[in-house]
Design a protein around this ligand. Structure first.
Ligand code: HEC
Length: 471
């Protein structure tokens, strides 16, 4: 597609700079391609129902040349397979780093180990990684024992490191208990729960953890608004935390508004996802925009520069085994929308090392050139096990997370991103559970947290954790 072709889809282009033109063009290109690609996805083990909604059903249209032209200068994430693993301590041999590596590190056939920067472990339902048949299982058990027997100094004495490793351990626990097809792994599950319990903080300590969103804003590390001259630069709007400003965060009467994220893997209710929306000229305008979206997302006028955000915060388990909402932000996704359709997508994610160094609330921007291995509603293909997802040399091939956004945030029939791309409201492709109301209303992080905790407490992964908690 040439920029000229994009004009067909986007009446706005006249006002956009060259760089923005390319960004928008890429997104539009992804949308335009989606109609023909809709049914062409193939995944050997993916259930049919998931195929339509899988992010991988969409073409990857960004060429390497384009992506390097768009690369941002801000620090980016998830690009390489970096060594050594020193997130939790400067010594790569430290039992905390070893545990992190054995649980999160996945090796491709060229010997590169991915996952150090991953938020969620690279484990898919069909993965045999960590299962009793794989060599990783024995390694994991041994590493757990070293971890549990290590002197209670260093990271053991830091509440932020304890919080973060707990969320890492809990993610693996959920993935191996309910997320996988492999047979039950009682030994591993038992050790995971022991470790989760050993690092657990008190409720007061969890609530007193640093609010990473506030710290990231206060650090001044990110521009505060979208800049048309530098459209690929990640920004972080400070008003996101202002509950009386133009941003309105959304809830649902019957459960979390971002229910698809809550209930699906790799998340399984361990994070609170708060969707928020903003129209450019103040709270009254946002309320009006919301009303129009609720009425009919397809026909609602999208004001130029409307924004939506999805803030993910970690839930933690306190020393009494209760789920407590933490102020730690794991990711912030933002979509900046254009009046005639189209969007630019941004993501900030938690970087363990930066968080431990008290830098910018631990958040870094995910650049367009970043790569990752999709887990959320992705095909069930283990990217390190399956030859199909390795290149000829056996190297694992990641995908650009920012390019994947348009795979789901698209109007199905129009093929152009408009009001219906706001999936929290337009529920056509990702319906809320049967019998529940889909309509949204203004809400808060507190409400989203208690709804998510209530959801998690009924989930089989939580029952299993509880079975093992006291043992
Ligand atoms: C696999 C599908 C999928 C992909 C890929 C995806 N999202 Fe979403 N997103 C959703 C769903 C579904 C919701 C609605 C909330 C819910 O129920 O979880 C959502 C909600 C959001 C929201 C809240 C406002 C809204 O539009 O509903 C934002 C912001 C958002 N996503 C941004 C992004 C960004 C940025 C990316 C790419 C980095 C992305 N999303 C990739 C499925 C997806």
């Amino acid at each position: 597609m040439t920029p000229k072709d994009h004009a067909v889809f986007n009446g706005n282009l006249g006002r956009l700079s060259g760089a923005m033109l390319t960004t928008v063009a890429l997104i539009i290109a992804a949308c335009a391609g989606q109609r023909s690609m809709w049914h062409s996805a193939s995944g050997p083990t993916a259930p049919t129902a998931d195929l339509k909604q899988s992010v991988e059903s969409y073409p990857t249209l960004m060429t390497p040349r384009m992506s390097s032209a768009l690369a941002t200068s801000s620090p980016t994430h998830r690009v390489t397979a970096p060594e050594p693993w020193t997130a939790y301590d400067t010594d790569p041999k430290h039992p905390w780093n070893q545990l992190h590596r054995v649980l999160f590190g996945r090796t491709d056939r060229t010997g590169r180990v991915f996952g150090r920067e991953a938020l969620d472990p690279y484990i898919w339902p069909s993965s045999t990684y960590l299962s009793p048949t794989g060599s990783s299982h024995e390694d994991a058990l041994r590493t757990f024992d070293e971890f549990m027997n290590s002197p209670r100094t260093g990271p053991w004495q830091d509440s932020v490191r304890r919080a973060v490793i707990q969320r890492d351990l809990w993610a693996v626990f959920d993935q191996v208990t309910v997320g996988g097809k492999a047979p039950r792994q009682p030994e591993l599950e038992h050790r995971l729960v022991q470790a989760i319990r050993a690092v657990a903080l008190s409720r007061i300590e969890i609530l007193g953890l640093p609010d990473s969103l506030e710290l990231a804003i206060a650090s001044g590390a990110f521009p505060t608004s979208f800049n048309g001259s530098h459209p690929a630069t990640t920004y972080l709007p400070p008003e996101l935390v202002d509950s009386t400003g133009a941003w309105v965060c959304l809830g649902r009467r019957d459960g979390p508004a971002a229910i698809t994220h809550v209930e699906k893997g790799p998340f399984y209710g361990r994070s609170v996802f708060l969707p928020c929306v903003r129209a450019p000229v103040g709270r009254a305008a946002t309320t009006e925009f919301l009303a129009a979206l609720q009425e009919n997302p397809r026909t609602a006028d999208v004001p130029e520069g409307a924004e939506v955000a999805l803030v993910r915060r970690a839930l933690l388990i306190d020393a009494d085994g209760e789920i407590v909402p933490s102020p730690l932000v794991e990711s912030i996704q933002i979509r900046y929308l254009y009046e005639r359709g189209g969007m630019t997508a941004f993501e900030l994610i938690l970087d363990r090392e930066r968080l431990f160094l008290h830098e910018q609330g631990g958040l870094v921007s995910v650049g367009l050139e970043a790569q990752d291995f999709p887990l959320f509603r992705a095909h069930d293909i283990d990217r390190f096990q399956s030859s199909a997802s390795l290149d000829a040399a056996g190297a694992a091939q990641g995908r650009s997370p920012l390019q994947s956004c348009a795979g789901c945030h698209v109007e199905r029939l129009a093929g152009i991103i408009g009001g219906a791309s706001i999936l929290t409201i337009s529920r056509e492709r990702f319906p809320v559970p049967e019998g529940e109301s889909a309509s949204v209303l203004p809400s808060s992080i507190e409400e989203a947290s208690s709804q998510t905790i209530a959801w998690k407490r009924t989930h089989p992964s939580w029952n299993r954790l509880w079975e093992l908690w006291g043992k």
